[in-house]
Design a protein. Sequence first.
Length: 598
Amino acid sequence: MRNRIIAADVGSTTTKAVLFERGKEGWRVLGKAVAPTTVEAPDLDVMIGLRNALAKLERRTGRRLLDGSRLILPSHHEDGTDVFVATSSAGGGLQMLVTGLVKTMTAESAHRAALGAGAIVSDILSLDDNRVLMERIDIIRKVRPDMILVTGGTDGGNISDVAAMAEYIAMANPEARFGKDFKIPVIYAGNLDARGYVEEAIGDALDLSVTDNIRPSLETEVLGPAREEIHRLFLEHVMMRAPGYKTLASWTGGKIKPTPVAVGDVLTRLAKARGLDVLGVDVGGATTDVFSVISGQFFRTVSANLGMSYSLANVLAEAKVESVLRWIPWETDENSVRNWGFNKMIRPTTLPQTMRDLVFEQAVAREALRLSLDHHCSLIRDLKGIQQKREVGDVFNQLGTGATLVDLMKTGLIIGSGGVLSYAPRRAQAALMMMDALQPLGITELAVDSQFLLPHLGVLMDSEPETVNELMSAEALVELGTVIAPSGHSSQPGSSIARVEMEESSYAIEAGEIRVIPLPPKTTAPVTVVPKRGFDVGNGPGRPVTANVSGGIVGLILDGRGRPLSLPEDNRRRVMALKRWAKAMDAYPESMFADSLS
């Protein structure tokens, strides 16, 4: 029987190791440790950082895990582990360049395939992107991708332009990030009639592999084969060239999952088990990832320049300072936000030391989340006026031509992750940030990944599915509660827009207000929500909905602030509204409203 598991996540900046152990009461997290990742100079060996993390884990848990530099596997008494699994996004993760003929068609299909495979797309080249030949060649050389995905042309369609794009790549002859002797893998997933021409153009300069066309016809998008080939090449070629990864692979039996793929796998499993659509957000220091599982299909986008430390300046620039300012619950000016932002940029990894700093940081987080969700919705779109063939493993639909597939009214669970959400001093702060930024509709459960365990559980799913189920509820997800948010036209502040009947009590949802009903974690309660005419909670305007709602640390949240959420234009009324909402959620201590903070 397996009683001990180590899961490691080798990230771009830190390597995290978690020790799970089975006790009398089931599986639990025995300990966690973090150490700097050492994939880059001067160390150039990812195993140094991993062994440092495991050494810390030994000291914290009292378990001996290493015998010199070797992992003790399998476990023996109090020593070693029975299973070792790993995910990785070290070195910035899998960085890809994608190409296509038309920006809004094959190039975007390639973009979706790469994102769904866990990559960060460094650039997208297409013949209609207005860049001249030398610019394209210069970009290919400068990007230095781990892999290139070449697409273009429907089967039986354009050949000459596809061959021309392959020739551009061969002319550029880009150098790999990890060594000049490494040939960059190129995946061709375009017009099958052009395969011979592409093979001739690429020649021996790069490592070419061929898979099915991602756009065999205008009406069809098949991304599964390209995604699977990306995974294969990433594990067998790219990872093995990174310093120290051969040793890491030997510890895992040759299997290392890209971190975003592991998160996607566990969210997909969770959505299937719960029978609902799921939205996940991960606010990092440099990027914000948004994941969604819609009708069983997994989608992912990366807002590569929206983060809470190294990319904070980009959030302020894209959102505008006045958008951040609107979330500050006292009277202040734009210079205060800018000055705070400048200080944070000087020391990007520092944590808030005062309540004022915390509120400013959480205001920026709201805008990072809002912008990232907007980006996600803009990419997750259906074809307009064209029937589309889908496979179970397909990731994205045609971009920019139809309505977004993200329907918050049908999203039953939102999971937040990242330091600003997972480590918020009060759980109600995380709930309020997600409510303000993501604006859930209807009846939606809220949770946070409090210990950043989703990647670890995602990679464990393949070998230990039952263990994952137990750890998911016991250790990973902290239930915040359920929010009920009717959609509808604007209403007189304070007027009733819906009624919530729970057991023998009835509660009004008032326009412009938040109300919290205590409902403890691990409990459910049957409710009937009766919206007023013109308001919808998931069953159509004015039609009641009956459901079992889950409790949480915050409770049952009745949000009558309307969608889209609009703050009062008058500054005094805006501040008063923010204070009322924070007080209703018990999100902050009273001291945060003191004059000394402004």
